[in-house]
Design a protein around this ligand. Structure first.
Ligand SMILES: Cc1ncc(COP(=O)(O)O)c(C=O)c1O
Length: 368
């Protein structure tokens, strides 16, 4: 994409002028496998339950919502406690419009010193930092995309970051960091009076124990979660974090008044009440991932080990942007994540996965 030339009358901040907005292509395709969404739409029963609750809330839309989203946060705490045998309360949880807003709030509240991440990882970590004027550094990864914890802890010691980001399972690679390694990073960041932000957007797809189990011992550990992936609730925009109550209180300083609409809060509460049904898609997607990995490998390609609902693969001799276009021409939208020689696909439903494999086979064989 060529860089936009902004008109001189527009007093745009100089540090923003060279940026491109976040923009995973939203184009029609028979199989949309590019943004790590859950392919399973809400059941008719859930749609009805959400509609009923939203109708109830609609009658009060002349009033501002609960700006502390107390009921929703209590339900989120209950869900985490159920999953991780913890005993968090509403005071440990903060919720916002997607985990992107959570990440932005963390930068706004705590980004006075440099921040650190390890790429390739979630591209919005550095981009949101830039937008809010926070200094962001890249610690890098091993060539196989795993994180070298010794190197990472040394970087923490040297840079003294206010925030250090670890994404596990990592997007776009699917690789994971063990809880023991996170503990090492929790210690390293604590020693420099910094926060360790563990982005667990895909945690439900991984059998590893969540870093929420470290929060009581390490008040500097913050775990960011979302309802966009495992909960199949991306359209509702609900992200949250689990942290020490004092850290949550500090976030009240930077949140916009009434940032989370009454409609969002109501819909998310209903989704949490239906969590058993929604989370049933997780094991289905893990099984599908195993199947897709085997099929991609059978085509002679190499898949990076994934603990998430997507895979990153390599071994094709077509440039990734070209393969992306060839797949789209065959009705399958996947993601060129800007890593030379690699491309990412989100696990879809059975029909979408089948379509993906058929299209990939054709692309590799140069067939129409
Ligand atoms: C690692 C990671 N964190 C956060 C997000 C943002 O999710 P949302 O804003 O939908 O909660 C994503 C989305 O793809 C992600 O991959």
């Amino acid at each position: 994409m060529s860089q936009k030339q902004w008109p001189s009358w527009l007093p745009l901040r100089k540090d923003l002028a060279a940026l491109s907005p976040y923009g995973a292509p939203q184009v029609p395709a028979e199989a949309t496998l590019n943004t790590n969404e859950n392919p399973y739409a809400p059941s008719p029963a859930l749609v009805e339950a959400i509609t009923k609750r939203v109708a109830h809330v609609a009658a009060t839309l002349n009033r501002y919502p609960d700006r502390d989203a107390t009921v929703l946060r209590a339900k989120l705490a209950e869900f985490i406690n159920e999953q991780s045998a913890t005993s968090f309360g509403v005071e440990n949880v903060w919720a916002a419009n997607g985990s992107n807003e959570i990440i932005q709030s963390l930068y706004l509240a705590f980004g006075a010193r440099p921040t650190l991440g390890f790429t390739p990882s979630y591209s919005m970590h550095p981009l949101i930092a830039k937008v809010v004027g926070v200094d962001w550094h890249d610690g890098g990864r091993r060539p196989d995309f795993t994180l070298d914890i010794d190197v990472a802890s040394r970087q923490v010691q040297q840079l003294c970051p206010a925030l250090t980001f670890i994404t596990t399972p990592n997007n776009p690679t699917g690789t994971k960091v063990s809880l023991a390694e996170i503990r090492v990073m929790a210690e390293a960041t604590k020693n420099v009076e910094g926060l360790l932000i563990v982005d667990e957007a895909y945690a439900e797809f991984d059998e590893e124990e969540s870093a929420v189990t470290l929060v009581n011992k390490f008040p500097n550990v913050v775990v960011v979660r979302t309802m966009s992936k495992a909960f199949a609730f991306a359209g509702a925009r609900l992200g949250y974090l689990i942290a020490n109550p004092e850290l949550v209180e500090a976030l009240f300083l930077v949140r916009l008044p009434y940032h989370l609409s009454a409609l969002t809060q109501a819909a998310a509460e209903v989704a949490l009440e239906h969590r058993t049904e929604l989370l049933a898609t997780v094991s289905k997607l893990i099984d599908s991932r195993k199947k897709v990995v085997a099929e991609v490998e059978a085509l002679g390609l190499k898949v990076v080990p994934s603990s998430a609902n997507f895979i990153l693969f390599t071994g094709f001799d077509i440039p990734a942007p070209q393969l992306w276009q060839m797949m789209l021409d065959r009705g399958v939208l996947i993601r060129d994540v800007g890593l030379s020689g690699y491309i990412r696909m989100t696990i879809g439903n059975d029909a979408e996965n089948k379509k993906f494999i058929e299209a990939l086979k054709k692309c590799l064989n140069g067939e129409k």
